[in-house]
Design a protein around this ligand. Structure first.
Ligand code: F3S
Length: 386
């Protein structure tokens, strides 16, 4: 393949994987079963990034394994209603068309595992997007490093990755124990815990004790947050995640972090200011059907005055539409957008100055963009903010 037997694109992309493997001391390559590709929003790619993608497609790059796409910078159909400028929309359309030309499924979501992309326990995959990486490593128990846009495309085309990092047993062991002295009751509290963990531990693999019985939505929120404030790509939860059971023998003598209610309240307070006319942004990571149902129930018959945006993927949207949730949210003056989210869409350019959210990942990035933020549970945001 390196010599060009599978075409020029495959040779160049494999060179990238080999170079990474050399940097990280990988002994060999390993086949990967699927790829989840980031670097999709035209906001981040710009013309230079788009040109690189077109060049790969022109050279014959084609996905040879299941490959899905991360969110784009807009809802691919409803972009006008979102207020996205036409020139941005044109750039974004060209990005998606180029990925489709390369055989990548235009899922445009950070929760590909909610639309059928669910790898086997222990399988090697190549995923990008920090929250998706954290989920697939921790909750599903497949193996990936925190890949980038180019390396995931390279793996999609070659079917290979370099064997290092979280692909190896020894690097999946916990490096610290996080003991919960508080019962977590909402997705937002799991998100706060993740945010605190990432801040305290950086990239160390946490082993949570006392996590309760988190729902899938809470686990996706936890991983998204600890991959935001830190670089955590994998966590274990005693009695919760599939690899935790084999890890007890490695936790003796590890650094311990205790988390109490006051610690979570402090994180919530840091990203919470009084707001006057906020966008309530939910669905980071992309909302599940259960979250859509909860939101619909809370806004039914109310007037959110255009201040509620919910982000999800096309698969969940279709299910939520069939169940009537999308109709209820829209009748209440909310909008449900697909393919994108509050962080990759040009929210600030659209005139929003304040964002209320239950996701510390979203809150973190909104605050970095100098928007005023407020954290709250879905119920608090939908019943107390407007
Ligand atoms: Fe997903 Fe966007 Fe949040 S990509 S994890 S919804 S910042």
């Amino acid at each position: 393949m390196l010599a060009g037997g599978d075409g020029e694109a495959a040779a160049k992309l494999l060179e990238l994987i080999v170079a990474l493997g050399e940097v990280f001391g990988a002994e060999r390559l390993v086949p990967v079963e699927s790829a989840h590709i980031a670097g999709v929003s035209y906001k981040n790619l710009g013309e230079a990034g788009l040109e690189w993608l077109v060049e790969q497609a022109d050279l014959g790059a084609r996905a040879h394994i299941l490959a899905t796409l991360n969110p784009a910078g807009m809802d691919m159909e409803e972009w006008e209603a979102m207020g996205v400028p036409p020139e941005f929309a044109e750039g974004q359309r060209r990005v998606i068309a180029t990925f489709e030309r390369m055989g990548v499924e235009p899922t445009c979501t950070c929760t590909p595992y909610l639309v059928g992309h669910v790898p086997e326990l222990g399988s090697q995959v190549a995923w990008a997007e920090s929250s998706a990486v954290c989920y697939v490593n921790s909750v599903i128990g497949a193996r990936t490093n925190r890949e980038s846009g180019p390396t995931t495309l390279a793996s999609a085309v070659t079917g290979l990755a370099a064997l290092y990092g979280y692909r190896l047993d020894e690097n999946r062991r916990p490096g610290a124990v996080v003991e919960l002295g508080v019962e977590l009751k909402s997705i937002m509290e799991y998100s706060a815990l993740g945010y605190l963990t990432g801040k305290k531990l950086g990239t160390t693999v946490p082993y949570y004790v006392g996590l309760g019985k988190p729902a899938m939505e809470s686990m996706k929120a936890l991983g998204a947050a600890c991959a935001t404030s830190g670089g955590i790509a994998l966590w274990h939860g005693e009695g919760v995640t599939p690899e935790a059971e084999g890890m007890e023998s490695f936790i003796d003598g590890l650094e311990k972090l205790s988390v109490e209610r006051a610690d979570l309240d402090e994180e919530i307070a840091r990203l919470t200011q009084p707001l006057e006319d906020p966008l309530i942004a939910l669905g980071c990571p992309h909302a599940s059907l259960g979250e859509m149902a909860e939101i619909a129930k809370l806004v039914k018959g109310r007037d959110m005055g255009g201040n509620l945006w919910v982000f999800t993927n096309r698969g969940v949207y279709d299910e939520a539409e069939a169940a009537g949730h999308v109709g209820v949210i829209e009748e209440a003056g909310g909008r449900v957008y697909r393919d994108t989210c509050m962080v990759v869409a040009p929210v600030k350019e659209m005139g929003w100055k304040e964002v209320a959210t239950n996701s510390f990942k979203a809150g973190h990035y909104m605050a970095n963009m100098r928007l005023r933020t407020r954290m709250g549970t879905i119920r608090e945001l939908l019943t107390e903010v407007l």
